[in-house]
Structure formats: C-alpha cells, structure tokens
Design a protein around this ligand. Structure first.
Ligand SMILES: Cc1cc2nc3c(=O)[nH]c(=O)nc-3n(C[C@H](O)[C@H](O)[C@H](O)COP(=O)(O)OP(=O)(O)OC[C@H]3O[C@@H](n4cnc5c(N)ncnc54)[C@H](O)[C@@H]3O)c2cc1C
Length: 413
C-alpha cells in the first residue's frame, strides 16, 4: 500500500470507532470514511427496540452529531460503496468510479440480511438490518390497522421484533428452529424464561419448526406453511434468519481468506496494512485459541479501535504505539418486554449449568457455559447489575469448571 490516506470502509459502529481511534492516536494524513448507506453513522440496536416501537425518532439513533464528525476532519463519503480492493497496491475502487490510493485500509462493512427463500418479488415479506428497513417496517406497523404478523427466526433479532410487534398490538406468531426463543445461543433455561414471557404477552410460539413455503395471493403474502403441516395466516412476514458478511468488494483479491467474513490474525490484520473490524471480521482470539466472528455491538466499537491502533503502530512507528492482540470478553444484550438479557464470553453450551432465581414478583435466570473442562461464558436475565458484574468476573478468563461453578453460585447468593 502507498500514499498518505487511510480508508475506513463501512460508516457504522466499527468504522466510526476506527476513524476516531486513528485521529486519537495521531493519524494526521487523509482519512476517508466510506459508507454505502446515505445516512450519517447510526446505531442498529435501537432499530428493533425503541425505533420500531415508535419511542425514538431516527435522529436519536445517530452515533455522532454533524459537528462531532466534522471535528475529525474526515473525507466522509456516504451513499458510495467500495467495489474492489487491490490490497497489495493499496488501490480501493468505489461505486462512483473513483479510485483511492491508500496507505492502509480498515474493512468494517458488517453484514447483509440473507434473502429469504421463496420471498423474491413477494410483497409483505421484510427483514430488518438497517434504518431504511426499520422506517419502512415502522410505517407498516403503525396503528390503527391491526396486522397478522409472522416472525420467522427465533434468535435474538426475531425474538426482539416479535416482542415489539406484539406490544404495538398486532397478532404475532414467532417461528424458528430453536425449541424456545434464543435457545441456540442461551440454552434451555433462559430460553424457557423468554418463552414464558412471550406466551404471557400473547405471542404464539412455534419452536422447533421450519418454514417450508409461503402462500401468496396476487403477489402478496397470505400465509406461512410450517414443516409440521401448520398453515399460519399472515399479512406481514418478518424474517430474521441470519446474515452474511459483506465481503463482495474484497473478493477480487485472491490473497484474502473470505471463508466466513474477512479472515484476520490475532491483531485483526488480514494482509499488510489491511485490518478487519466488527461483524465482518473473523479473527483468532488469542485467549480462547479459536477463530471468532462476533456480531455484537460492543465488539464493533472495541475491534474498530483495536484495528485502528494496530494499523497505525505499523504505519507510523514514530508514534510509539505498540500493536496488541485483540482479546476481548465478548458481550451482548437483548431487550424483550421488561426483560434484559446480558451475556459475556463464549456461550458454547457443551457444559451448561443454569439456575432460576426468584426476584420478588419477577423471575430471573443465569447460566454458566463451558467446554473441555473450562467455563467460558455467563448469561443473565432480569438480574441486578451488581450480580451481573459478579457473574462476568467468574469468566473474565477461561476458568476450570468446578472453580467457576463455585464462583457462579456465590455471585447469585
Ligand atoms: C436490528 C438490529 C438490532 C441489534 N441489536 C443488538 C443488541 O441488542 N445487542 C447487541 O449486542 N448487538 C445488536 N445488534 C448487532 C450490532 O448492531 C452489530 O454488531 C453492529 O452494528 C456491527 O457494527 P459494524 O460496524 O461491524 O457493522 P454494521 O453496523 O452492519 O455496519 C456496516 C456498514 O458498512 C456498510 N457497507 C457494507 N458494504 C459496504 C461497502 N462495500 N462499501 C461501503 N460501505 C459498506 C453498510 O451499509 C453498513 O452501514 C443488532 C443488529 C441489528 C441489525
């Protein structure tokens, strides 16, 4: 790579964190932040919560004000996508035909919703990834018309969408392969707690089921057919069936590993002076000793900053920065009704211990996760911050299972 420009591709959580860290650590050259969407950088988690419910307007999802962005001295290019990168030459090609010569590139292009099979050209089938999707959905869900909504996918996003849609007064069914909401990531105990909450609110759960086909009339969806023969009426189908890393723009460079996102080393480097960050980046976690690609908000910020620092350490040795391996304890949260789920570490459910905890009127739950004799993760629902902090401390690093069980029990006392 060559020149006096760093390009950050993807103007969202990870890209913004990278741009800010580059300036904070002393990068004074050109700094291009390139985003395919027309919007200023915004936050995605509120889209399936406060924004969809109508509690927030879109301005509130903005990550920074115009003034804050201006203070970074960015070459901010929105509504323009990167379409190709020659990493060795440092040549980045944009969708408007321009070419940027770069000394370094940070790839922070996130994910694209996976198209739902059989939904092409059918009206009334939607997914939620970005602000434009959320605005369109919000319009469709606005009262007074009550809709019959089928949410397909009972992972975190589908479960949140079902909760908000139900609270808006619509008739909601939640369908997905896991037996209970979020069970694939959280295990059966927290899944059961969420199932109880959804059922109590009137969401009809179809756990352990797959959609076989959509029924249409005049090009619009009318029903959803499940693999047990059930036919669910629907005038809106919201799919949350996973996403794929946005790496098409990197595909022309055969030196890169794009097996599942952009493959990076423990320093988040994919090639000399090319770093990955956020949902798109798969990197080798030095403590867990395995490759991870984390699709959570906190990781986007932390990895954006880490990638920027490591890039700069190599590009500008005189700044005295030392490259560091990226070794976070992953974190995510989810809000459904009045339940807050928080999870830390790796939730491989090989060894799983869980417990339900009464908290006055409400039921809480916590789970400890591990593999190969080591505890690596915890999750909690409806527990006070002090308890959650104590639980996190138990798995701040992989810990022998028995020792972690003792810490887990003490944290919940
Ligand atoms: C609806 C929703 C709710 C969520 N809720 C939670 C939650 O409660 N808790 C949690 O921990 N996480 C949550 N997440 C996940 C979290 O938002 C993501 O982990 C985070 O946004 C990842 O940030 P990112 O910058 O890596 O990618 P993204 O936010 O996906 O941003 C990538 C950006 O790159 C742009 N881009 C793509 N290709 C190109 C290209 N070729 N050229 C230029 N730009 C490009 C995209 O348009 C996009 O703006 C949620 C996600 C969604 C969608």
């Amino acid at each position: 790579m060559s020149g006096d420009r760093v390009a950050v591709v993807g103007a969202s959580a990870a890209g913004l964190a990278a741009a800010e860290a580059l300036r904070r650590h002393g990068w004074q050259g050109e700094l291009s932040l390139i985003g395919a969407e027309p919007h200023l950088p915004y936050d995605r988690p509120p889209l399936s919560k406060q924004f969809l419910s109508g509690a927030w307007e879109s301005e509130r999802t903005r990550l920074r004000s115009r003034e804050q962005l201006a203070s970074l001295g960015l070459d901010l290019r929105l509504d323009v996508a990167a379409v190709a990168l020659d990493a060795r030459a440092g040549l980045l090609t944009l969708s408007d035909g321009r070419e940027l010569r770069c000394a370094g590139v940070i790839a922070a292009t996130g994910l694209l919703s996976r198209p739902f099979p059989g939904a092409a050209g059918v009206t009334g089938v939607r997914s939620l990834r970005g602000l434009d999707d959320a605005m369109a959905l919000r319009g469709m869900l606005r009262a007074p018309r009550q809709r019959v909504v089928v949410v397909v996918g009972n992972g975190v996003l589908g479960s949140e969408i079902a909760a908000v849609t139900r609270e808006l007064g619509h008739e909601v069914a939640l369908v997905g392969p896991a037996a209970t909401p979020m069970q694939h990531s959280l295990g059966p105990c927290l899944g059961a707690l969420l199932a109880q909450a959804h059922t109590a609110k009137g969401v009809v759960l179809h756990g352990g089921r797959r959609v076989t086909s959509l029924g249409t009339e005049g090009g619009a969806v009318r029903s959803v057919h499940l693999d047990d023969g059930t036919e669910l009426p629907a005038d809106l189908v919201l799919t949350a069936t996973g996403s794929t890393p946005a790496t098409a723009w990197l595909a022309g460079d055969d030196g890169l590993d794009l097996t599942d996102g952009l493959g990076c080393d423990t320093y988040c480097a994919a090639a000399p002076n090319l770093y990955g960050a956020g949902d798109v980046a798969r990197w080798r976690h030095p403590v867990y000793g395995r490759e991870l690609r984390v699709e959570h908000r906190m990781n986007a910020t932390e990895q954006g900053a880490a990638a920027a620092r490591n890039l700069l350490a190599g590009l500008r040795p005189r700044l005295g920065l030392k490259a560091a391996e990226f070794a976070p304890v992953p974190y995510f949260w989810s809000d459904q009704y009045d339940i807050k789920v928080q999870a830390y570490g790796l939730l491989a459910t090989g060894g799983l211990r869980h417990t339900r905890v009464a908290r006055g009127e409400r039921l809480g739950a916590a789970a400890l996760y591990g593999d190969e004799g080591l505890a690596t993760g915890v999750a909690a629902a409806n527990l006070p911050p002090r308890t959650v902090r104590a639980l996190r401390a138990v798995i701040a690093r992989p810990t022998p299972w028995d020792e972690a069980v003792a810490g887990f029990t003490t944290a919940l006392d």
